[in-house]
Design a protein around this ligand. Structure first.
Ligand SMILES: Cc1cc2nc3c(=O)[nH]c(=O)nc-3n(C[C@H](O)[C@H](O)[C@H](O)COP(=O)(O)OP(=O)(O)OC[C@H]3O[C@@H](n4cnc5c(N)ncnc54)[C@H](O)[C@@H]3O)c2cc1C
Length: 273
């Protein structure tokens, strides 16, 4: 019989993980669909009873999003406009039942190229905290997701929190997703932006596009082109999206995705302007 552990403290969870391989379970909304038609045969470590992994806390220079914080908790949290991109993405992750169970860390650890949580958290310059029985380490999100469905998690490690730094200037953010219909849909392309401004001038821009490359990507050429200017979607050129490498699949062709990404980014910046 496979073993099932549901500890109430992080240190207990890390001891369980240190003893041998376990499938880590949070909301289960990616875990279970990947195992349909198979008898359960893995030892499970269920994180959902660990209170210290849940919720969003404000610290002096950053916000800390606990690993098992659900999408509904993100939507309901009182957060500054900086987080609008993450809240908008949260509303588009599946339907209400999925948002009630699915977690931010589960979305990151599953590392789907179409994960709606990744572009907003890249635009928020998030870092992930990885905990093991040996201690904790931090990684920028861009170094944590290293390929489609591949992360830098090592054996014995849990993603314990996502840390979002406070911006230097007044910051606003947005998220836009394109799917074949409005709700309950896997993204064809999506984009998130955080813009920091001072007297109407862009002081920092962080823009990410998802579902148009093996992992969601920031657009450094566009970010540099916007800095020091008044924001407008007209500033976006095709060459600013050169970092993207979309594929043809059932949801859309590479050419369509390239065009869609360009239009989405322009719209997003116009909304923020
Ligand atoms: C009907 C349906 C619709 C969906 N729609 C969307 C959508 O629109 N957009 C979208 O992005 N996703 C969607 N999803 C996917 C899923 O709901 C999200 O990715 C969700 O955030 C996953 O979180 P979870 O807690 O359920 O993860 P789980 O299924 O519990 O875990 C996912 C993976 O992450 C690992 N893991 C989880 N937490 C940790 C941790 N703290 N440390 C280490 N490893 C961990 C697990 O071992 C597993 O490999 C949908 C799923 C379903 C079933």
């Amino acid at each position: 019989m496979p073993a099932y552990a549901r500890p109430t403290r992080v240190d207990e969870a890390l001891k369980v993980l240190a003893r041998g391989r376990r499938a880590v379970l949070a909301g289960g909304t990616d875990h279970y669909p990947a195992r349909v038609g198979r008898a359960p045969d893995e030892d499970i470590l269920d994180l959902t009873a660990i209170r210290e992994l849940r919720g969003i806390a404000e610290r002096r220079d950053h916000f800390r999003i606990g690993a098992t914080t659900t999408w509904t908790e993100v939507i309901e949290a009182k957060l500054p406009p900086l987080f609008d991109c993450l809240k908008l993405a949260a509303r588009e992750v599946g339907g209400l039942q999925i948002q009630n169970a699915g977690t931010v860390a589960g979305n990151l650890c599953n590392a789907s190229p179409a994960a709606d949580g990744v572009p907003p958290l890249l635009a928020l310059d998030a870092r992930v905290e990885l905990a093991s029985a040996q201690g904790r380490r931090m990684l920028p999100l861009a170094e944590f997701i290293i390929g489609p469905r591949k992360t830098a998690l090592r054996a014995g490690e849990l993603l314990s929190a996502v840390l979002v730094p406070k911006p230097k200037h007044e910051a606003r953010s947005r998220f836009l997703k394109l799917g074949a219909r409005k709700y309950l849909v896997i993204s064809i392309a999506m984009t998130a932006a955080v813009i920091e401004r001072d007297n109407g001038i862009v002081r920092a821009a962080r823009i990410a596009v998802g579902a148009c490359s093996p992992m969601a990507r920031r657009l450094p050429a566009l970010e540099a082109a916007l800095t020091g200017k008044r924001l407008s979607g007209n500033l976006v050129r095709h060459e600013h999206l050169a970092a993207l490498a979309p594929i043809d699949d059932v949801r859309g062709s590479a050419g369509y995705r390239n065009e869609a990404a360009l239009v989405l980014v322009r719209r997003l910046l116009d909304e923020l302007a």
